[in-house]
Design a protein around this ligand. Structure first.
Ligand SMILES: C[S@@+](CC[C@H](N)C(=O)[O-])C[C@H]1O[C@@H](n2cnc3c(N)ncnc32)[C@H](O)[C@@H]1O
Length: 254
């Protein structure tokens, strides 16, 4: 049995205890400081979005972060380019965390913003990021496996550590990737991050499932919906936690 996981049985997305996800413990473990892997991800995503949107000044852009959970940096990476950002999640606990952070963020997120500010578009944001985040971000309960009328609505998007970190099912992994991409408008720049060959993970005493996918599986899944994508391997095996081989970042266009 890997890493003290309760068992190796299949656990579908609907079977996991999302409302028991503890955002404070998750942030403490993963985002209490900027790890070098997060710094690398932010640098690549910032360049990907900046190169695209700098050529399109003055546009009204609505972005979405799917499975936003307890991580503000995907939304912060979209902030200079968006006049609206939807933070979508299915967990009541994480939705409440996001609402609290939008109303008044914890100091820890400042260091993530400072890394993004190595690019002038972020550093020059009038009034700084926090008032702007409060103004543009909207928290929404939703399920990426049930997109409903959410197709083709967002002009940029992020989905970090969701499709492979929310179920053991390869079918649900592919559906989450496809639904995320189909929520975007044609040509929209996106960034998605994945844990390769993850066994699953604990948040406090609660076990959450993962789907064991490789960089090639991730790339192939994205290419079922769009061929315009580049993937990166980031960090060493087990650098963030035990039980995975690498972070895979995918940057592309819908
Ligand atoms: C491993 S956490 C990743 C959180 C955050 N994106 C990050 O970068 O750390 C997985 C997130 O997916 C959310 N989630 C799980 N199932 C979902 C679903 N069906 N639709 C949308 N979000 C879901 C969870 O509530 C949780 O916030």
């Amino acid at each position: 049995m890997p890493l003290g996981s309760p068992d190796e049985q299949a656990q579908l997305n609907a079977d996991a205890r999302w409302d028991d996800f503890n955002p404070a413990l998750y942030v403490e473990k993963n985002y209490s400081r900027v790890l070098s892997v997060d710094e690398t991800i932010m640098s690549l995503v910032r360049t990907h979005f900046g190169d695209h949107f700098r050529e399109l000044p003055g546009q009204s852009v609505h972005g979405i972060d799917v499975g936003a959970g307890a991580n503000l940096y995907p939304a912060l990476s979209m902030l200079p380019w968006c006049d609206r950002i939807t933070l979508l999640d299915r967990s009541k606990a994480n939705l409440e965390y996001l609402r609290q952070q939008i109303a008044g963020h914890d100091d820890g997120w400042e260091s993530f913003w400072r890394k993004l500010c190595l690019d002038g578009a972020y550093a020059a944001m009038p009034g700084g990021p926090w008032a702007r985040l409060t103004e543009v971000a909207r928290v929404e309960q939703g399920d990426i496996l049930q997109p409903g009328d959410r197709r083709g609505r967002w002009r940029t998007g992020t989905m970090f550590f969701v499709a492979e970190s929310f179920s053991t099912s390869i079918d649900e992994f592919h559906r989450a990737v496809k639904n995320f991409l189909e929520m975007l408008t044609p040509g929209a720049p996106f960034a998605a991050a994945f844990m390769e060959h993850s066994h699953g993970y604990w948040v406090g005493d609660t076990w959450f499932p993962a789907c064991n996918v490789s960089q090639a599986d991730i790339s192939a899944s994205i290419k079922r919906t769009t061929t315009s994508v580049r993937t990166y391997r980031i960090g060493e095996p087990g650098e963030v936690r035990p039980g995975y081989t690498s972070i895979i970042l995918a940057c592309g266009f819908r």
